[in-house]
Design a protein. Structure first.
Lengths: 407, 167
């Protein structure tokens, strides 16, 4: 199989321009961030932060300073409310499992939305084995949570609600404040977690203003290195750790702290927040140019998720009818444009994106969807290049579909 | 969303980029479809069959991934010039997979679907004529059953998830 990849890569030779838009699934890490990380591998602070020597104390210092900065960006009260984890998946696992186990005496009902990230869906499935039940709140055609249904679902047995601040696939910004008020009004003891990974660095976010109990953020979603994220746990909220091991500076996550990744995540956060308004404006300008351009060039499209200020600035998700998504991602790759698709084509189970299904898209609309996320590092020339190659790529795939496609 | 790595072979990529025998055939003797747009996996086969029951021409259209396109295309190549009996007996999904240099296991069903469509076309040809040769089994073959199963699965899933029916 590895030999095949060699040939696939060879097929990309001669590409004149590359535009990476699959920032949902992984990102390139900017040089500034890498440069900030490198000294922490072998020049300083490479010690274990719990040990009594200079490299250890250096590590302790930089980790605490990093937690302080992240806590400020999130609007947390104290740095101890921040736990670094190896990523969004782990932070969400810790939030849901840890909060459910620590508070199971209060009730065993969990409330989430139908469009939560896969890891949240899977954790709630796992928690069923421990006697927890989950209610999934439906969303409307733009992905907004049905607050009436949320109100109906929460009762005295509810231990935890988890609603992402912004959806990772269709960019919908949820009315999290209202949702928290509804949950707390019906059950002041119920905890509220939000996966804020797709909101962090994109929309104003303040955990104290929101009165949220737990919040997840992820490094690579803001162009930091992969393998690091954080969970905010409000002071006084009980969460059990979910992994066993040597406890260091963080009581909720065992193992040796990864100082360079923590530094990289912090640097990426600083860059995202240092020109926050300008960054947001740039992402949304490029995203609009991209989406509007695609709609100008092609017909039979659906724009997935809301438009305007209820959508995060970087996300464009478009269903291209009579065009299969996986085939399109390959066709675009051969032209240097990298996107992902909500197609289920590589699965025998035939299940396309659960988010697109939840907002009422038909399966074929989900199979033909592409997801693109702009960053402040894209240029207008990048977008122009995409708009130059995308229509012919779509038309070639539609040509293969011919009369076989529907819609 | 799936996250299965898919290192396609050179042959799959070549057939994806330059599919052979692509397109609707106006003078087709028989047309058959397998799969469903809901699966993200659908193939239409066009066969031109001579009076001597030889497949003179074969073409396809595909709503599907690169493996779907490649297997459909290779099947049109494989059946061209064959008698209906040889096409029925010799073109199996395993041979199709071999012909494209192998497929990731999650993509085996693409080859199965392509062969299922050819078998449906052959069956349909004899149904249209109102006679069936002795070599044509009454029971559905593995590939035909799989195609049927995939189509049913899509319907069941759509119903369970309350997805609007495909037009």
């Amino acid at each position: 199989m590895v030999e095949n990849v060699k040939e696939l890569l060879k097929a990309h030779e001669g590409i004149t321009h590359e535009v990476y838009l699959d920032n949902e699934n992984s990102t390139a890490v900017p040089k500034d961030v890498v440069d900030a990380m490198l000294p922490y591998y072998n020049q300083r602070a490479y010690g274990n932060p719990t040990l009594t020597h200079k490299p250890g104390w250096e590590a302790f210092e930089v980790i605490m300073k990093s937690a302080q900065k992240i806590s400020k960006f999130l609007g947390a009260k104290i740095l101890e409310e921040i736990t670094f984890t190896p990523g969004e998946t782990e932070a969400n696992n810790l939030a849901l499992m840890g909060a459910a186990f620590a508070n199971k005496h209060k009730g065993k009902k969990i409330v989430i939305s139908e469009i939560e990230p896969i890891n949240v869906l899977h954790v709630t499935e796992l928690l069923q084995k421990f006697g927890f039940t989950t209610t999934k709140i439906p969303v409307d055609r733009e992905g907004f949570l049905n607050l009436e249904k949320l109100k109906e679902a929460v009762d005295k047995e509810t231990v935890l609600a988890s609603i992402a601040t912004a959806n990772n696939e269709i960019g919908t910004i949820q009315p999290v404040k209202e949702a928290i008020d509804i949950v707390k009004d019906k059950n002041p003891d119920a905890l509220f977690h939000t996966d804020a990974s797709d909101a962090y660095g994109r929309i104003p976010l303040n955990v104290q203003d929101l009165k949220v109990d737990l919040a997840t953020v992820s490094s690579y979603k803001i162009l930091g290195p992969r393998g690091i994220g954080a969970l905010y746990v409000k002071e006084g909220v009980n969460v059990d750790k979910i992994l066993e091991g040597q406890i260091g500076t963080q009581k909720l996550w065992p193992g040796v702290e990864n100082t360079p990744l923590i530094v990289g995540f912090t640097k990426a956060s600083e860059l995202a927040f240092q020109d926050f308004a300008a960054n947001v404006k740039r992402m949304s300008m490029l995203r609009d140019k991209l989406a509007d351009g695609i709609f100008a060039e092609l017909s039979d499209l659906r724009f997935n998720g809301p438009k305007g200020d209820k959508r995060v600035p970087d996300n464009a998700n478009i269903s291209i009818l009579r065009c299969e998504g996986e085939a399109l991602t390959i066709e675009l790759s051969l032209k240097g444009v990298y996107v992902s698709s909500g197609s289920a084509c590589s699965r025998r189970l035939l299940q396309p994106s659960h988010v697109l299904v939840a907002i009422g898209r038909r399966f074929s609309e989900a199979h033909g969807s592409i997801l693109m996320k702009t960053t402040r590092y894209h240029t207008e020339e990048d977008i122009t290049y995409v708009l130059n190659v995308l229509p012919s790529a779509v038309n070639r795939i539609r040509g293969i579909v011919g009369s076989t496609g529907v819609d | 969303m799936s996250r299965v790595p898919l290192p396609y072979t050179q042959k799959v990529l070549d057939l994806f980029r330059n599919p052979k025998n692509l397109g609707k055939m106006e003078d087709a003797t028989v047309v058959a479809v397998s799969g469903n747009p809901a699966c993200g996996d659908m193939i239409t086969f066009y066969l031109k069959i001579s009076d001597q029951e030889i497949i003179e021409k074969a073409s396809f259209e595909s709503y599907g991934c690169a493996a779907n396109i490649a297997t459909a295309s290779i099947v049109t190549e494989m059946v061209k010039g064959l008698s209906l009996e040889s096409a029925w007996e010799d073109v199996t999904w395993k041979k199709v997979t071999e012909e494209v240099g192998g497929l990731p296991s999650v993509k085996f069903h693409c080859g199965v679907l392509a062969v299922g469509a050819v078998k449906r076309a052959i069956r349909k040809y004899y149904e249209q004529r109102g006679s069936a040769p002795s070599w044509l089994p009454k029971e559905l073959t593995f590939e035909e059953k799989q195609a049927l199963e995939e189509e049913e699965l899509a319907k069941t899933l759509a119903k369970r998830l309350h997805v609007a029916e495909e037009k």
